[in-house]
Design a protein around this ligand. Structure first.
Ligand code: PLP
Length: 226
């Protein structure tokens, strides 16, 4: 299948899910995750109208951003953020999805160039608790959100999660609901959040059922990664 065909099929499935779960039309954004995919694959996606891309590995991403700078691409950093990478992320991306430590937020805030709009950030939550360790624990979320809210070079947009894969749809949905609930709690405390970054190729329909507003699709668009 070509990249263009894959994008058409994913958009179709996404619209069907919006309808089925009574979400507003076009309320779910498709982010194409292009890590380990070639420039020509990305160009095929651009030709199909896809302009939002996510990357995980900084060096690889910077090369692609430079090579594709004539296109009006919105770049999202969806990888883990180490302290020594914050400057390049603050300078080159529109979004950072995996902010889960105050120190990282503080660095991104101070390093975001003045000529750019505030960096959009999501707090990555650990939706699994015991088994897997990326993201902040739910009980530490509020403190980090209040901290980020004070930074004027960051725009806190919402939460992000990467649950472990489960084959059962309702199990997938149940985990995503925990993240959506944490988001609602923050909103009730006065945060204005509009983004739930959750759902990948294997589980995006369950994520939409639970309220996802941005699905991150890699292999479903580009095929298997090398
Ligand atoms: C790789 C990756 C994706 C895309 O995964 P697919 O299974 O290829 O859709 C989404 N989000 C993050 C954070 C990733 O690292």
């Amino acid at each position: 299948m070509s990249v263009a065909n894959n994008i058409a099929r994913i958009r179709n499935d996404l619209q069907a899910a919006e309808k089925k779960y009574r979400r507003l039309p076009n309320s779910v954004i498709l982010l194409a995750i292009s890590k380990l995919q070639s420039l020509s694959q990305i160009k095929s996606a651009i030709d199909a109208g896809q302009m939002k891309f996510g990357e995980n590995y900084l060096q690889e991403a910077l090369k692609k951003i430079e090579a594709l700078k004539k296109y009006a691409i919105e770049w999202h950093f969806v990888g883990t953020i180490q302290a020594n990478k914050t400057r390049a992320i603050a300078e080159n991306f529109s979004w950072a999805h995996c902010v889960c430590r105050g120190k990282i937020a503080e660095r991104l805030n101070s390093q975001r160039p003045a000529h750019l709009p505030p960096l959009n950030v999501c707090i990555q939550v650990n939706s699994e608790s015991e088994t897997h360790k990326s993201g902040i624990e739910f009980d530490e979320l509020e403190a980090l959100a209040f901290k980020i809210k004070k930074y004027d070079r960051l725009h806190l947009r919402g939460l992000m999660a990467i649950p472990e894969f489960r084959s059962d749809f309702f199990e997938q949905q149940r985990i995503f609901e925990k993240v959506a609930k944490a988001q609602r709690r923050l909103v009730s405390q006065g945060f204005s959040l509009d983004t739930l970054s959750m759902g990948m190729t294997q589980d995006f329909v369950a994520a939409i059922a639970a309220g996802s507003t941005m699905v991150r699709i890699g292999e479903g668009i580009f095929g298997k990664r090398k």
